[in-house]
Design a protein. Structure first.
Length: 475
């Protein structure tokens, strides 16, 4: 499969610093083998996240200069509000500085201890923010999502039968709302179909439960609907998005993804009472409702980014670039989650490192090896991020999926960069037996992946066999 041609040209460039394998080995030791603690300028290709890492367009940068920095009633806010109302169709638009702030202001006002929030699959901060209120974050994605080999067009779908069972079991009064994460980040960036959203809505309607979207990657999800769902091939992605959001009562969005900005988020709601109480909390923790923790220029950039992300040339390139990386890896025998998702390729660490048990953090070990040998930074989505302990016995509970996510920032890396990433992983796979496990030496009580520290079970240090190759990471 070929990489698609980029529908833009490059006006500003940011030099990449080369590091040696010895330097990276030292940085890893200092970082406690946690890639969040490695300085970014010592990373050759940074695939840690697609969040807040997009390149803004000339129009967005021009918009930054037009940002109105008034405390109240900024014209940038009214522009942003009009764009969100137009695209999403919800009445009340509440800006926040990023996605988790939207989660926090909503959950702190609506979610109570003992409640349950069903979702196809919660991502890290969403789960933590639900649990922070003393509620249960319940993942109800279809079971195929847990099988990296199973190729379904909409592997992010909600298991509607289990949703209904859960409502019956928990009781609708203990379910403040249900969430649908589009696309599903935790299990491969997989989309949710319109038919599944409709079916979810129908079940929730029977019990009077509102439906909200975790909409970070809505444009990518809608592009997949257009590509894969019967009846949508000729529909503009913007219309598909309107239809999708019309099936819900509101959304939370980290605009750091499909908003194509470096910071920003929002809540959009139809319910006046919810909007009112959320706004009260917002003023306490984020700011006045016409800026919500952002500068006027950020609101302007977000308004423009939300329009740009629906450009179909852009989406074809975006989804095509990620897919082509997936295809190269697969051809090279690297085990990945199939089909390739929207914003990232996910490597199956259980298969890449079959000699390691999950207690040895195989996905983290693979991410560490990839950085040490090639200067490529990725993120673990496995035991470090989603492993838990049985509160009674303290026994570890392992997640089903043990993945390394190669998240692709939007409009940032060229196809040649990604070809290098594929080469590196394929090369590493030939030396997989030399990759040892890790021991966790520090963990925070929640969201431990951001601050955890590790040691190597068997220090390999600078004796790693790939030393020569990795000294010059960009070939
Ligand atoms: C990511 C980042 C953020 C996110 C999300 C969904 C579906 C809400 C949020 C919160 C987080 C991350 C993970 C690993 C490394 C770096 C960053 N996802 N819902 O990369 O949004 O970050 O703006 O508070 O994916 O997937 P925000």
């Amino acid at each position: 499969m070929n990489f698609p041609s980029e529908p833009f040209r490059i006006k500003v460039v940011e030099p990449l610093k080369r590091t040696t394998r010895e330097e990276r080995d030292r940085l890893l030791r200092e970082a406690g083998y946690n890639l969040f603690h490695v300085p970014a300028d010592s990373v050759a290709i940074d695939l840690l996240t697609d969040s807040g890492t997009s390149a803004m367009s000339d129009s967005q940068w021009a918009g930054m200069m037009l940002g109105d920095e008034s405390y109240a009633g900024s014209k940038s806010f009214y522009h942003f509000e009009a764009v969100v109302r137009g695209l999403f169709g919800y009445r009340y638009v509440i800006p926040t500085h990023q996605g988790r702030a939207a989660e926090h202001v909503l959950f702190a006002t609506i979610v109570r201890p003992g409640m349950c929030v069903p979702n196809n699959m919660h991502f890290d901060t969403t789960r933590a923010n639900v649990e922070h209120q003393g509620a249960e974050a319940k993942d109800l994605v279809i079971k195929e999502a847990y099988d990296p080999h199973c190729e379904l067009p909409f592997k992010g779908n909600m298991d509607v039968a289990r949703l209904e069972e859960t409502i019956e079991l928990v009781g609708p009064s203990r379910i403040p709302f249900a969430l649908l994460t589009v696309t599903n980040n935790s299990a491969g960036g997989q989309p949710v179909s319109m038919a599944n959203i409709r079916a979810t809505r129908q079940v929730l309607n029977r019990y009077g439960i509102p439906l909200l979207f975790d909409a970070c990657r809505f444009a990518e999800n809608c592009f997949f609907i257009r590509e894969r769902e019967p009846g949508y091939a000729d529909r503009p992605v913007r219309d598909i998005a309107r239809e999708l959001f019309s099936l819900g009562d509101g959304c939370l969005m980290s605009a750091k993804k499909d908003g194509l900005v470096n910071i920003g988020g929002f809540l959009a709601l139809n319910d006046e009472r919810w909007a009112q109480v959320v706004t009260d909390t917002l003023i306490l923790v984020e700011g006045f409702p016409t800026y919500g923790g952002l500068a006027g220029r950020d609101l302007e950039a977000m308004a423009r980014g939300l329009e740009e992300v629906l450009d179909e040339e852009y989406l074809r390139y975006r989804i095509g670039q990620v897919r082509a990386l997936g295809a190269l890896l697969e051809e090279g025998g690297v085990p990945i989650v199939k089909p390739t998702g929207g914003h990232a390729v996910y490597v199956n660490a259980k298969e890449f490192l079959p000699h390691l048990h999950q207690s040895q953090f195989p996905a983290q070990a693979l991410a560490v090896a990839l950085y040490r040998d090639y200067g490529i930074r990725t993120v673990e989505i496995g035991t470090v991020m989603f492993g838990t302990r049985n509160p009674a016995t303290d026994e570890r509970i392992y997640p089903e999926l043990e993945l390394v996510r190669l998240a692709i920032p939007r409009r940032v890396y060229t196809n040649q960069h990604l070809a290098f990433v594929a080469e590196a992983l394929i090369d590493l796979s030939h030396r997989r037996d030399a990759i040892g496990g890790l021991v966790m030496t520090y963990e925070a009580p929640r969201l431990r992946h951001f601050t955890a520290r590790f040691e190597e079970e068997t220090p390999v240090g600078i004796l790693w066999p790939g030393a020569g190759f990795a000294a010059a990471p960009l070939s």
